[in-house]
Ligand binder design. Sequence first.
Ligand code: M6R
Length: 614
Amino acid sequence: MCGIVGYVGNKAATNIIISGLHRLEYRGYDSSGVALLNPRTSRLNIVKTPGKIDDLETSLAAEMPAESTGATLGIGHTRWATHGEPNRVNAHPHLSRNGEFAIVHNGIIENYIALKSRLAQEGFEFVSDTDSEVIAQLVEQCYEGDLTRAVAATLEMVEGTYGIAVISVHHPSTMVAARKGSPIAVGICDGETIVASDVSAIVQHTKQVIFLNDGDILTATGDNVEVVSVKNVPVSRETTHIDWDIDQIEKAGHEHFMLKEIHEQPTAISNATRGRLVDSEGTTKLSGMQMDPYEMARIDRILIAACGTSMYAGMVGKNYFEDFASIPAEVQQAAEFRYRNPIIQRDTYMLAISQSGETADTLAAVREAQRKGATVLGVCNVVGSTIARETGRGVYLHAGPEIGVASTKAFTCQVSVMAMMAIALGRTRRLSTQVGQRMVREMMSLPEMAQAVIDQEEDIRRIAEKYAKAEDFFFIGRGYMYPVAMEGALKLKEISYIHAEGYHAAELKHGPIALLGEDVPVVGLVPDIQGKDKTIGNMQECMARKAPVIAIATEGDKDIDAHCDDVIRIPPCAEFLTPIPVVIAEQLFAYHVAKIRGCSIDQPRNLAKSVTVE
Ligand code: M6R
């Protein structure tokens, strides 16, 4: 989705903005631009271009006046088109009519048509098809010498969501930023302030970050930041220390972030479980849940709201809560939640699962559940993200930054975290110390297990090569493998552009089997779990229709070869943990298929890392 980087301070803004925009590339975008305040002419110079940041750099070199490149105030943007095609004119920043104000905007202004037609009647001309341009014109119209007040007056008129940064020729050392529904982080350095929609654009400069809340307006110079509400009441925001390293957001020798993140899973899972598995008591300790055993024992229903990969992790989690803690659990696609008028009872708890902590639909589900009186816990990866802050309690994944658009380590850590939550809840109910201990010990071997799958990458790559030309795929599984089948299909389709569907193995013959044939490979998920034999039966049905079958099975399962064409083997493990090694095998398979097909793996077409619009 769109990204913002703004700089005010004592250094040349261009490099800082461009390197920040590079860091935001993973979010997905189709055009970009930069506005700099030219210190000699006191004019705002803007360069924009469709395409990649490399194209923007070329355009900057060709079009930006030389003295502007030394500017110490500027804003930059990566745009993921919503209103108007991805071309130069629609790219941000947008200038106001008189050229005195430049803005960048993430989010959607819902009443832009009404605002635009009113402004047009008053003589404002619009050059783009975007909703965002109205903000630039409104700031100009509202300006009476105070940029912050002009922004506040503008924001009182707009409906929708925004993260914005605004600069003006009248304030050569000031940047104003604001948020409602679209994140803005503020990096505090010595003599410099960096505003960005994502901390990954900031951490190389400073680890001290303020996160704006909805309704906050920031006025920043190099030496000072002030935050007020739209009504101009000063508010204080805590500084958060970000413990991500720059190395963590580099590729570290891997060809793609996705591959790096697949390989990081043994470490990510260690970090997610470190200090949380209590062998002696056969339980887990998750202080972020902020719950005593009495409260845990009272929960009588769990609602899980999430999207995409996080939703599939939630479906695994549902099984955990029901199997280990006997708590009825339900997974809802987060976008459905607020429009369905769901039933929330007194002891209903909601889990909002989101790697980014910024997914618009999941955030909306959180707010709706809170409005209805539910206790909501976040299961997020990004520290300080909106969902993490608004839920106030929950469990961080500690998976480290996930940059590749295809979610990998977040899934395995989400599943690990929910297993730990379910064990803790189960221990306040029917789960015995002995069973708890066995589960905790099994979880301790997860990093090793993840590594054992990664060690087979070359075999998986060979199998990927054999099937990379297929244009349709099915993934089938049952029980714990049903959501993992959907996740495997999602991984393959999003990065290789192969049409892939994840189905419950039993459902195949209720329709989809009509599509099978020799060009449609089926991946059967058959580790040693309950129901495996039935899925093998379904794989036989596929082979009878000439579909090539790839099995993901447990090492040592000699019989499986008779039921498939190729086998990817995972190490033996407890049934409840099988989603982790199986999904890693699927991730590696999807990665190598996409690589063989020459796809843009870290930034697949049309996709954004964090979906901050409905
Ligand atoms: O940040 P979130 O976990 O809330 O993101 C949810 C989905 O947008 C995300 O999982 C998406 O499906 C990924 N591209 C899947 O790889």
